[in-house]
Write a protein that binds this ligand. Structure first.
Ligand SMILES: O=C(O)CCC(=O)C(=O)O
Ligand SMILES: [Fe+2]
Length: 381
């Protein structure tokens, strides 16, 4: 069976799906020895160094955004995947906490949209953090305890809000994109050679120990020459990167807290999935980069802020079991506008399935059920 886990499996129908099932399996748990770990750098023969543009972001701009100077970043590529860039935790010590707090306390707030808005009223979903915080602090995660709203959070959309039914973005369904994430994304994209990147849409995914995200391609954005950025915090995950066709083989890699992935150029439209959240190593329930807060001397004008102890208490409880991922997209190219709705519908009917799918947890949806097709529900095992 060990061979089956090879990060690049043989070609054939469903190679990526087999790999997905392999890593999703609970009993017995899979062997992770073939999963590429970029925190071990170039030790894997398929990993190569990636060239960044160190002068595209000044050291002071990087510092203000809670990032190390770009020349200090450890960036990698993967043989066979041009345009794919993996940056192993470029965050300054202490700054990751800011992003975890934003994802749990700030970004789920209105006018942003979350999974619970699909079946709950605005009064029920507003003040999600306030309604959950005290309960989270005292929680023992016993099976019988009711879940807080925070624990029921599965996704949040930002900027141009992705419509899960039509699989489109539209001019009408837009709210301001968070300024801090906009700046972080601009710097990361610039360092990777995309100085004109503008963050216009975000999908935040919230994963628990038994969550997964099905095989999909992100192709609803109208300009595919712009990269897709992905930021991970909290527990580690196994991420699968496939090919341009669903049946192409895939490569498995870990995403740890603070890791950033950039899918650009020929890698922008590759199939990918998250089959598994990896249990925290014994004795390290909170990933090391999240164990410390910001230095006293962090600049006043900083984009990332000190997370108060009372907030961190809730975040730390949550993150011991969970992973948060932020994907940031540019939807329109410069000067581009949304096509009339009718044209979008026609285009859609000729495209392959594009949506996200994930295992429902105890009857709750990750992404709206309407967006699933029979093919994709077969991914659940
Ligand atoms: O959680 C991840 O790493 C991937 C998320 C993703 O693929 C998406 O939101 O499109
Ligand atoms: Fe995706």
């Amino acid at each position: 069976m060990a061979k089956m886990a090879a990060s690049i499996v043989e070609h054939g129908e469903d190679a990526l799906r087999k790999l997905f099932k392999f890593y999703k399996r609970r009993n017995p748990p899979p062997n992770f020895s073939d999963v590429i770990d970029f925190s071990n750098g170039l030790r894997n023969e398929n990993v190569v160094g990636a060239e960044l543009s160190p002068t595209a972001v000044s050291d002071s701009d990087a510092h203000i955004a809670g990032l190390q100077p770009v020349r200090e970043w450890h960036a990698f590529g993967l043989k066979g995947y041009p345009g794919f860039i993996f940056i192993s935790n470029p965050f300054l010590p202490g700054s990751q906490r800011h992003w975890v707090r934003q994802c749990l306390k700030v970004y789920p707030q209105k006018p942003n949209i979350c999974n619970m808005d699909m079946h709950m009223s605005e009064t029920e979903t507003e003040h999600l953090w306030e309604k959950s915080a005290d309960l989270m602090r005292t929680k023992s995660f016993g099976k019988r305890e009711p879940k807080t709203l925070l624990e029921k959070l599965r996704w949040v959309t930002l900027g141009y809000h992705y419509n899960w039914d039509t699989k489109t973005y539209s001019a009408e369904h837009h709210t301001p994109f968070p300024a801090d994430l906009h700046t972080l994304s601009r710097h990361v994209a610039a360092a990777c050679g995309f100085p004109a990147f503008t963050a216009e849409a975000g999908i935040l995914n919230y994963y628990h120990s038994d969550s997964s995200l099905g095989i999909h391609v992100d192709e609803s954005e109208l300009d595919h020459t712009r990269p897709l950025l992905s930021f991970s915090f909290g527990q580690s995950a196994v991420f699968l990167l496939g090919g341009t066709r669903r049946e192409d083989p895939g490569t498995a890699m870990f995403m740890h807290s603070g890791d950033i992935m950039v899918m650009s150029g020929p890698s922008r439209l590759l199939y990918h999935a998250v089959p598994r959240i990896v249990p925290a190593p014994a004795g390290v329930p909170v990933p090391l980069p999240l164990q410390q807060g910001l230095d006293e001397g962090h600049p006043q004008e900083s984009l990332v802020h000190w997370v108060e102890e009372e907030d961190w208490e809730v975040c730390t409880k949550y993150i011991q079991m969970s992973r948060v991922n932020m994907t940031v997209r540019q939807v329109l190219g410069s000067g581009q506008a949304f096509p009339p709705v009718e044209t979008q519908r026609r285009t859609l009917s000729t495209t392959k399935e594009t949506y996200h799918e994930a295992s429902p947890q105890e009857g709750e949806e990750f992404y709206p059920k309407k967006t699933r097709t029979s093919t994709d529900s077969s991914l659940k095992s």
